[in-house]
Design a protein around this ligand. Structure first.
Ligand code: PLP
Length: 413
């Protein structure tokens, strides 16, 4: 009796309703690349920075700060849902050129990575206005749509990228956003767009700011690659202009790329709101943080705080970040010069670009040349080196005429 009952009970658990998720395409790509014995293979798939040797090193300033922290930290007692307040304060100055302390219209909070900041912002918006429309340019980072929809917002796609030209189509974006209604939310990448690399000029940021102000749209900016485009100031000029132009905005920030702290999960969120609403925003952010992760992990944020608070460490960090941006810009120039179809890459920014390659071309490049890229043609430019750029371009050349499939989501990261 009990045997039969047990098997029925085992089969009939609550999990029997779950459908298995598709395996992570990017992890599969890492596995395929690792198993490829060809010494000439090229990995432009994974979305982390790589130096000229192919490594993703720990910043020297981070190592210094970690040593200092290990020697001086006296307690690991709880902080609170707001995390390291000084970290958020210093980062607000870096990103927004503003102070949160004493500011009457800005609330800041430390989060577990940029993902935590995005989720917290999305949940705050869904609490304030369940099911509200959020306009998201296609393609975008693979996690955006499930994260925003999962939090309870209604995702509305808009055009902004011409896949055949591998370039920004700002006119199409503005046409599509003409359908946005007052109170709708607009998700924007602050700089170094993932996966396309396209960036807005300052006058385009001005047009977006005017649209948001006139139509009452709330900008929700994802700033995950600050400093990896042109430089720390220029990369955020558009975001600052936008935030100053509207009464309410959200900025989600990641320190995981520009401080190389990926696995330490370092991020922050700032919400700009009218003074009369700031207390409600703050207490709701704290409550949401409390039910999601209670309080954010401290180590990486403490490291960033030390770096930003110590002039020598800050100078070292800025120099290293500048060298990373310069390496990416140099590779972009080489790609742009090597083939006219790559010309747009020279005016785009950050680690990523989406090449006009269909899935068949992506598969053929992997099979015939050991070139590993995401299925939608997104490449991580930092995966290339001086020695491999020309071979990469030559391998892609025969396929560049092939029409890319309609814009697709990248597999991950
Ligand atoms: C556009 C974008 N936003 C946010 C994130 C999340 O960053 P984090 O690793 O800090 O959660 C990423 C990470 O790849 C990203 O590409």
């Amino acid at each position: 009796m009990s045997g039969e009952l047990t098997s029925v009970a085992l089969d009939g658990t609550i999990f029997s309703t779950l459908k298995a998720e598709a395996p992570d395409a990017l992890l599969a790509l890492i596995g395929l690349h690792a198993a490829d014995p060809r010494p000439t293979k090229i990995d432009v798939g994974v979305g982390v920075f790589r130096d000229a040797t192919g490594a993703t090193p720990v910043f020297a300033a981070v190592k210094e700060a970690e040593l200092w922290l290990a020697q001086t930290q006296l307690s690991k007692s709880y902080l609170g849902p707001e995390g390291d307040v000084r970290f958020t304060e210093l980062l607000a100055e870096l990103a927004l050129g503003r102070r949160t302390g004493g500011s009457r219209d800005l609330v800041g909070l430390q989060t577990p990575g940029g993902t935590g900041a995005l989720r917290l912002g999305a949940e705050l918006l869904a609490r304030a206005a369940p099911g509200r429309s959020i306009w998201v340019g296609t393609p975008t980072w693979a996690n955006h749509v499930p994260l925003l929809a999962g939090a309870g917002l209604a995702v509305r796609p808009h055009r902004f990228f011409d896949p055949e030209e591998s370039d920004l189509d700002f006119a199409a974006m503005m046409i599509d956003l003409g359908a946005a209604k007052p109170g709708d939310i607009l998700l924007l990448h602050g700089c170094c767009h993932n996966p396309t690399g396209v960036s807005f000029s300052l006058s385009e940021w001005q047009a977006i700011a005017a649209l948001c102000a006139e139509r009452g749209l709330l900008p929700f900016v994802d700033l995950a690659y600050h400093g990896l485009g042109q430089d720390i100031e220029t990369d955020v000029a558009g975001v600052r202009l936008l935030v100053e132009s509207v009464p309410a905005a959200i900025v989600a920030y990641s320190c995981d790329k520009n401080f190389g702290l990926y696995r330490d999960r370092v991020g922050a969120i700032w919400v700009k709101a009218p003074t009369s609403q700031v207390d409600a925003v703050r207490s709701n952010l704290y409550a949401l943080a409390r039910i999601n992760w209670s309080m954010p992990p401290d180590h990486g944020a403490a490291v960033v705080r030390l770096i930003l608070d110590t002039p020598e460490l800050r100078a070292d960090w800025e120099a290293e970040l500048g060298a990373m941006a310069a390496r990416i810009a140099d590779l972009r120039e080489r790609l742009a010069a090597a083939n006219p179809r790559f010309a747009p890459l020279g005016r785009q920014q950050g680690m990523f670009a989406m090449l006009p390659l269909g899935p068949a071309a992506v598969t053929a490049l992997r099979a015939d040349h050991g070139i590993y890229m995401a299925g939608n043609g997104r490449i991580n430019i930092a995966g290339l080196g001086e020695a491999t750029v020309n071979r990469f371009v030559a391998a892609c050349a025969p396929y560049l005429g092939t029409k890319p499939s309609p814009v697709q989501q990248p597999p991950d990261d």
